[in-house]
Design a protein. Structure first.
Ligand SMILES: [Mg+2]
Length: 196
């Protein structure tokens, strides 16, 4: 069980991009992706912000025009997640308890209901800024995962800072055991993390 939990392969995202705005959604659409399950804090907005930014609203409109829909899956509490998602105009799951997969399952269900499309897992792209919660949950739930850099590391709460310490350990382990995969999927993330 422990070996399974700490299998470093479960922490490797399919792609890494610095921000959500750098992701090649055109290609993802061509590959059959239609639904985005996104984390909220430090992926779409920082902890300092409460509402979607103008840039984010434009981003959502562009995605809609392309043929994507969005659902938010966040570990944060109801009040913050719900008020953000009402303003953003997308369905959401709060208190998702990632790295457990229940929140993602719920998000997929909510998206099917809200958009009237029977999304399958292979149509989903998951986006998040944490290896230990977002990526770990999503790879186990067998979703295509994209890791982004956290928007504002100074605002991370204590649980996240604790997770980041573990994350560093896991990153080292991946580098040691799977140097090629590390180079391909994670070295840019680590480089940008150290650089700031
Ligand atoms: Mg986050």
């Amino acid at each position: 069980m422990l070996e399974y939990l700490f299998n470093p392969l479960k922490f490797i995202p399919n792609e890494y991009e610095t921000t959500i705005y750098d992701i090649d959604f055109k290609r993802l659409y061509d590959e059959g992706k239609r639904l985005i399950i996104s984390d909220l804090d430090n992926t779409l907005i920082s902890y300092r912000e409460k509402m979607p930014t103008k840039e984010l609203l434009e981003f959502k409109q562009n995605l809609k025009d392309m043929g994507f829909e969005i659902v938010i899956c966040s570990n944060n509490h109801k009040k913050r997640v719900k008020s953000f998602c009402e303003a953003f105009g997308v369905p959401c799951v709060w208190s998702a308890h990632k790295p457990f997969v229940g929140g993602l399952r719920k998000a997929l269900k909510k998206a099917r209901k809200a958009y009237g499309i029977n999304y399958t897992k292979d149509m989903v792209v998951e986006i998040g800024d944490q290896l230990l919660t977002d990526q770990f949950a999503s790879t186990r739930y067998k979703l295509y995962t994209i890791m982004v850099r956290n928007l504002d590391p100074k605002t991370e709460i204590w649980t996240t800072r604790f997770n980041r310490r573990l994350e560093n350990k896991i990153l080292k382990r991946i580098k040691r055991k799977y140097p090629d995969l590390y180079e391909e999927k994670l070295s840019r993330y680590v480089g940008e993390k150290i650089a700031r």
